[in-house]
Design a protein around this ligand. Structure first.
Ligand code: RNT
Ligand code: ZN
Length: 430
C-alpha cells in the first residue's frame, strides 16, 4: 500500500492563506467584500433534519412501516438505534459543519422509556432529553408531528380521514406537537418552527376531492385553535404534489396550503421535491413572500419520482440561495433540510447536504453587484455576461477560509473523520 503523504500543516495553511488573499482581491475587483459575506454566513442557521440519521425510523416501541408516500432506499451499515447514538452521530456531523445550527426533530423521536405512548399522548417530558442536549450543544430545535408510520395512517389518510375518530386522533397529535414546540421554543429562548405535513392522498382518481379538502381544512383549524406565542412556536404547513401510492391526488396540495397559510397567518413550507419535476421552488420565494411574512424551506433534491436525494451544489440549489440572499429575505426564510438516503454513510449525507446549502448561500452572498446594476440600467447583455463570469469566481478559496475560521475541516478532509468514525463506532452497531 502506498504511504499516505501528509501535507505539512504550516505549508498547507500558508497555501490556503495565499489562495484566500488572491480570491479576496479577485472578488474586490468584481465589487464584492468577501469579509462581509463570511460574517453573514456565520449567522445563518440551517435546521438539520434528525431523520437522515436512522432512515426516518424514530424511537417508538410500536412504530408502523414508513408508508405515506415516503420511502428510504439502501441499507448502509451503522444506523442510529437509539437517542444516544443519534445524538452522538449528530455531534460528529456538527463538528464537520461550520457555524451554529438547529436540529429538526420529528415527534416519533421522543424518548418513551420503553413504554407504548401513542401519538395522541405525547408530552413535552418525552422531549426533555433532546431539549437538554440541544441546550448543551447550543442548538435551536424545530419540531414536526409524525402523521405517518402508524396503524391509524395505514390507508394513507390522517387529518382528512372520513372517519371522525381517526381525524380527531391526528388533530390531537398535531395539537400536542405544537404545544411541545412552544415548550421547546420557550426553554431554548428561540422560536421552534413546528411543521405540519400529512401524507393524505389517493392512488387512484378520487370521486370527491372537495369533501376531502373540506375535512383537511376543518382539522387544521382545530389543530391551530389554541393561540401560542410566536416567540415560542411558529406554525408551518407543507404541501406536496404526489407520493408513492398517492399519485392521483394529494389533499394538501400547494394551492390548498398557499391559501391556508395566507388566510390563517401560517408559515408556508416549500419543499424543493414537492412540485412537478421541472418546477423549482426558487421562483416561488419572492411570489409567496408578497403575501406571507415568513416561510420555511425544506431543501431537498428531487430525482424523477423521488424527492429526497442528498442536496448537491446544483443550479436549483444556487438559485434558491440566491433568491433568499439577493432579495434580502434571510430574516423571513427558515432554512431546513429534508432528504433521507440510506445508501451512503448517513453522517456524510448530513455533512454533504448542509455544507452544500451553506456553499450556495456563500455564492449568493458573494454575487457581484454589477449583475443587478446591469439589469437595472437595461443592459441585458452585460447581465448575462456577468452572471456567467461569476460562476467561475474563486468561491472555493473563500469557503475554505470560512471552514477554517469556524474550526471545521477544510475541503474533503472531513471525510477521513467520518470514515474513522464509521470504522470505530458505526461498524460495531448491528
Ligand atoms: C414528506 C415531507 C415531509 C417529510 C418529513 C419526514 O414528503 O417532505 O417533510 O419528509 O416530515
Ligand atoms: Zn419536506
Amino acid at each position: 500500500m502506498a504511504k499516505k503523504r501528509s501535507l505539512n500543516p504550516t505549508a498547507g495553511k500558508r497555501a490556503m492563506e495565499r489562495a484566500f488573499q488572491s480570491a479576496k482581491a479577485r472578488y474586490a475587483e468584481a465589487g464584492v467584500d468577501v469579509e462581509v459575506g463570511i460574517r453573514i454566513l456565520a449567522r445563518i442557521p440551517v435546521s438539520i433534519h434528525c431523520w437522515q440519521g436512522d432512515d426516518v425510523g424514530g424511537f417508538e416501541s410500536a412504530a408502523g412501516a414508513l408508508g405515506g408516500g415516503l420511502a428510504v432506499t439502501g441499507n448502509y451499515p451503522g444506523k442510529a438505534r437509539n437517542p444516544g447514538e443519534l445524538r452522538a452521530d449528530l455531534e460528529r456531523a456538527l463538528s464537520l459543519i461550520p457555524g451554529r445550527h438547529r436540529l429538526n426533530l420529528h415527534a416519533c423521536y421522543g424518548e418513551f422509556g420503553g413504554k407504548r405512548v401513542d401519538r395522541d399522548e405525547i408530552e413535552p417530558s418525552h422531549f426533555e432529553g433532546w431539549i437538554q442536549w440541544a441546550r448543551s450543544q447550543r442548538l435551536g430545535l424545530d419540531f414536526n408531528p409524525t402523521c405517518f408510520a402508524h396503524p391509524k395512517a395505514a390507508d394513507g389518510l390522517t387529518l382528512s380521514h372520513p372517519d371522525r375518530a381517526i381525524r380527531r386522533f391526528w388533530v390531537d397529535h398535531c395539537r400536542r406537537s405544537r404545544e411541545i414546540g412552544a415548550v421547546i421554543g420557550r426553554t431554548l429562548a428561540s422560536p421552534c418552527v413546528t411543521n405540519v405535513w400529512v401524507p393524505d392522498g389517493y392512488k387512484d382518481t378520487p370521486a370527491d376531492r372537495r369533501s376531502a379538502r373540506e375535512r383537511l381544512l376543518g382539522s387544521l383549524d382545530a389543530v391551530f385553535q389554541k393561540k401560542l406565542s410566536p416567540r415560542h412556536n411558529l406554525d408551518a404547513v407543507e404541501g406536496k404534489l404526489f407520493g408513492i401510492g398517492a399519485e392521483s391526488c394529494t389533499v394538501g396540495s400547494h394551492e390548498f396550503y398557499l391559501g391556508y397559510a395566507i388566510t390563517r397567518g401560517k408559515l408556508l413550507c416549500l419543499d424543493s421535491g414537492h412540485f412537478h419535476p421541472t418546477e423549482g421552488i426558487a421562483d416561488k420565494i419572492s411570489s409567496v413572500l408578497q403575501f406571507i411574512p415568513r416561510i420555511l424551506l425544506h431543501v431537498s433534491r428531487g430525482v424523477r419520482w423521488d424527492s429526497d436525494h442528498v442536496v448537491t451544489l446544483n443550479d436549483d440549489l444556487l438559485a434558491i440561495a440566491r433568491e433568499i440572499i439577493v432579495n434580502g429575505y434571510i430574516d423571513r426564510v427558515h432554512l431546513g433540510l429534508d432528504y433521507f438516503d440510506a445508501s451512503i454513510n448517513r453522517i456524510a449525507a448530513w455533512v454533504i447536504g448542509t455544507r452544500n446549502l451553506q456553499r450556495a448561500l456563500l455564492a449568493a452572498l458573494l454575487e457581484p453587484p454589477g449583475i443587478k446594476a446591469a439589469e437595472a440600467r437595461g443592459d441585458l447583455t452585460a447581465r448575462l455576461a456577468l452572471q456567467e463570469e461569476a460562476r467561475t469566481l474563486p468561491l472555493g478559496a473563500i469557503w475554505d477560509r470560512f471552514c477554517d475560521l469556524n474550526d471545521v475541516p477544510v475541503g474533503e478532509r472531513w471525510l477521513s473523520e467520518v470514515k474513522r468514525y464509521e470504522s470505530t463506532v458505526l461498524c460495531s452497531r448491528s
